[in-house]
Design a protein around this ligand. Structure first.
Ligand SMILES: [Ca+2]
Length: 392
């Protein structure tokens, strides 16, 4: 896909103009007025399944997330959109196709996404996911083909077919989503929510500051966080607490269905890969926790923040910053807290001596754009994950 040509302007111009619009406070009032609904309100409770698109870079934990989603009757998966991330697109695309074949769900369209981040060279995580992205677990070449539409166009047309209905579950770098939002200036108003594995308010994994998905394409992440679409962020703050153990693998192996057998195979290789690398912790199930958070938000505790993304830091690009009038050590009375939220300026770094500019003000008062997962019931999560994969 020639993503550069699909942009009306170059990627760099788009990113710059988007960031400038936000700094100047010129985002549409509609975008700013998005009320943050509690995560529990998103739980698919109605009898008809919830429409979702899953944007992914499989990836060991992506494979688990996809299998969990395809085994969850609460979801109507409108499409899967692989993107370059953990490994290059040449691997994430066939890996996604392998998962739909294993789950017997070749009815789900798979649309190939971006090969590179918006403005950066791709950095992969083969050191975690193995050279093939699945921890070295081998599966046959997929026979299924992707649809002809590139992922950003697929996201655009599918959302437009069901405006206000499709939740995006994003478990990779946000390149495809940012490109879809650029293709169609009205699209953000038709997406009720993004449930994201990404970011962290407690330090990164690929750098001390940044979580991998945001690090790979911080410019795309910034566009998404500033889009006005309400975001549910399942970041390292909680996903670090989900370790896949040998006991889980044994349960997966004991179930005689292709999904649990494939999951056991990937899990076995991933744990082996971790041990060989000298890790004393178990592989985290980052991405399947995001799917689980959509299926059952009560597995996690949530707190509202205004989240923004560092894009220009020499050491910190990809860091997610959570602004809240109640963050840190400050404690106020309820009344003072309400006042503080009204008058809380959300600002960037202090201006340097070399410039006459003032400190960039992102918002002149506190408006939360993100529900951030703060704590997780890890045992409850694994019951859901392993239960769905084994069918028991
Ligand atoms: Ca992923």
């Amino acid at each position: 896909m020639d993503s550069e040509r699909k942009f009306g302007m170059t990627r760099r111009q788009f990113v710059t103009s988007s960031a400038a619009a936000v700094v100047a406070g010129s985002l549409s009032p509609a975008a700013l007025a998005h009320e943050q609904t509690p995560a529990a309100a998103d739980r698919p409770t109605s009898s008809s399944p919830s429409r979702v698109i899953i944007d992914t870079d499989p990836g060991v934990d992506d494979a688990f997330a996809l299998l969990l989603a395809m085994r969850s009757p609460e979801l109507k998966i409108e499409g899967i959109t692989p993107v370059a991330g953990n490994v290059p697109l040449e691997l994430t695309l066939p890996n996604a196709l392998r998962m739909v074949e294993i789950a017997g769900r070749t009815d789900i369209p798979v649309a190939a996404g971006a090969k590179t981040p918006l403005t950066r060279r791709l950095v992969t995580a083969a050191y975690v996911h193995g050279e093939n992205g699945l921890g070295g677990a081998e599966f046959p070449e997929p026979k299924t083909k992707p649809v002809s539409e590139p992922a950003p166009e697929f996201i655009r047309t599918t959302v437009r077919k069901h405006p206000g209905e499709i939740t995006l579950i994003t478990i990779g770098p946000l390149t495809n989503v940012a490109m879809a939002l650029d293709l169609d200036p009205d699209l953000h108003g038709m997406i009720p929510r993004i449930v994201m594995m990404g970011g962290s308010l407690s330090g990164g994994n690929i750098t001390p500051a940044a979580e991998f998905n945001i690090y790979v394409d911080p410019e795309a992440a910034r566009i998404v966080f500033q889009s006005g679409i309400p975001i549910t962020m399942v970041g390292l703050d909680v996903t670090r607490k989900t370790g896949l153990t040998d006991a889980h693998v044994r349960r997966l192996e004991s179930a005689q269905n292709p999904v649990s057998q494939a999951a056991a195979n990937i899990a076995h290789h991933a744990i082996q890969h971790y041990r060989e690398a000298g890790f004393l912790v178990d592989p985290n199930m980052h991405d399947s926790l995001a799917v689980a958070a959509f299926l059952n938000p009560s597995l996690l505790n949530w707190k509202e923040y205004y989240v923004d993304v560092e894009t220009s830091g020499e050491l910190t690009a990809g860091e997610t910053l959570g602004y809240s009038p109640t963050a840190g050590d400050l404690r106020r009375s309820a009344e003072a807290e309400k006042k503080a939220a009204q008058s809380m300026t959300i600002r960037g770094s202090a201006p340097t001596l070399a410039t006459t500019k003032t400190s960039p003000v992102l918002r002149d008062h506190f408006v939360p754009n993100t529900n951030v997962a703060m704590e997780v019931d890890s045992a409850g999560f694994f019951e859901l994950l392993i239960g769905r994969l084994t069918g028991k």
